[in-house]
Write a protein that binds this ligand. Structure first.
Ligand SMILES: Nc1ncnc2c1ncn2[C@@H]1O[C@H](COP(=O)(O)OP(=O)(O)OP(=O)(O)O)[C@@H](O)[C@H]1O
Ligand SMILES: [Mg+2]
Length: 241
């Protein structure tokens, strides 16, 4: 008789996914952001952050994604894992620094995998942000710059985040910060974020950041995020709304 442990099957509960209509509504919300705005999309792993931004990106003529997992996700997807890697031309940061004119095109869709250890990611993101800000774009055709997995490097590139979010109208760049935890993105870097899409958060620091950045006497956004459960529609916050 096989040992009891062999008979045990650990079955993860089916995580409820976002509804495609809700993903579309959140994509529209992101795309409604004017020049001078900056967005953050936050939620725990597999909640659908990437899905929302990828759907929105289909309507972004000029897109640059900084994604430390860009190459890995493609590899895992080819191996059959249920991954949804960013599609577009995959560049290393070095290649892009050597050919910055590649950014000065429309349409343009570039995925930058820095191929660097974690402690160097902050420096790499800062270099890319500077390159995008130098390039910019004509009115109505900015560079949408997506910072994927920003909690991995936001502390080491706080100044770059601050400059991007505060000066986006000057730079012709619309930034989108994607992070599993809003508490891992310093409030200093968050200061000029005008649009937030939130799924669930778990740490005290996350709710503290949301309270400080989003709450007003008429909107307890932090409490709404604390009550969010899989299957709910993503929560939207806009500065001044
Ligand atoms: N393009 C897509 N089409 C259909 N379903 C998708 C798509 N992208 C993601 N999903 C679904 O949404 C789930 C969450 O995926 P997503 O990549 O958006 O997570 P995430 O919040 O970015 O997670 P992580 O923090 O781990 O990157 C996936 O498991 C998948 O079921
Ligand atoms: Mg993701």
């Amino acid at each position: 008789m096989p040992p009891a442990a062999r008979q045990l099957q650990i079955v993860a509960p089916e995580q409820k996914k976002l509804r495609p209509a809700d993903v579309g509504a959140s994509a529209d919300f992101l795309l409604s952001m004017q020049e001078g705005g900056a967005a953050a999309v936050v939620g725990l792993p597999r909640t659908g952050k990437g899905w929302i931004v990828k759907v929105a990106s289909q309507r972004m003529p000029r897109l640059v994604v900084f994604d430390p997992y860009g190459s890995r996700d493609r590899l895992e997807s080819e191996r059959g894992h249920e991954m949804f890697p960013w599609d577009g031309d995959l560049w290393s940061l070095r290649e892009l620094l050597d050919h910055p004119d590649a950014l000065d095109c429309s349409p343009m869709r570039i995925i930058v995998d820095p191929h660097l250890p974690r402690k160097k990611l902050g420096q790499a993101f800062s270099a890319l942000a500077t390159l995008c800000a130098k390039t910019g774009g004509p009115p109505g055709d900015p560079i949408w710059l997506v910072a994927e997995e920003a909690s991995l490097y936001s502390r080491e590139s706080t100044e770059a985040f601050l400059e991007l979010t505060s000066g986006s109208a000057h730079h012709g760049v619309k930034p989108i910060i994607i992070s599993q935890s809003i508490g891992m993105v310093t409030l200093y870097a968050m200061r000029h974020v005008t649009h937030i899409i939130a799924l669930n958060q778990s740490a005290d620091a996350d709710f503290e950041n949301l309270r400080k950045h989003c709450n007003s006497p008429s909107n307890d956004f932090a409490a709404a995020v604390a009550a969010w459960k899989p299957g709910d529609r993503p929560l939207h916050w806009r500065l001044g709304a």
